[in-house]
Design a binder for this molecule. Sequence first.
Ligand SMILES: [Zn+2]
Ligand SMILES: [Zn+2]
Ligand SMILES: [Zn+2]
Length: 157
Amino acid sequence: MNEQYYYNIECKNHKVCNGLLPDRWLDKRGRFLCIPCETTFGKLSQNNSNGILKFAENIRCLQCNKYEKVVSYPSCGQHYLCLDCFDYNWYSHIKLPSIMFPYNKEIENEYRNNPYDEKWNNYCLIQDYNKQVDSWVNLKQEIIKKCIPLRKCPICK
Ligand SMILES: [Zn+2]
Ligand SMILES: [Zn+2]
Ligand SMILES: [Zn+2]
C-alpha cells in the first residue's frame, strides 16, 4: 500500500513564514522548521531555541509600540515585535506567489509518493514545477538577507 504524501505539517514558525513540510518528513532534530527558517533563524539564535520563535499576545512591540500579537526576536528569544513589524523586517512585505502542482491531485499524490520514478520524465511540467519550487526557496532566502540592521533586538543589541 502506498502512503500519501502531502505538505500539511506547519512549520513551527508558520505564523510568520507560512512554511509547510511534507507529512512524511523525518525531522531527526525534532524541530519541524521549513528550510528558510532552519537556515536563517537557526543560525541566529543564541538562546537554544534553534530557530523556533515564540509567539504571544498583548505584548508591546519594541518597534511600533503597539500592543499586538507578537513574535520573539530570533537572536535573543526574550523580546518581542509584532507580526507586522516582523514581516517588514524579515520579508520586506514581499508576498511570494504560491506554487500550484501542474497536474491533478491524484497525479500529485502519486508523484509525492514516488518522486524518483522514471515515468515522471514524460510529465514535462513537473520539471518546471520543481524549478519553481527551488527558485521560491532561493527567492525567500534572498529576501531574508535584506534589511539586516532592523533585526537586532534593540535591548540585547
Ligand atoms: Zn518556517
Ligand atoms: Zn510593531
Ligand atoms: Zn532581546
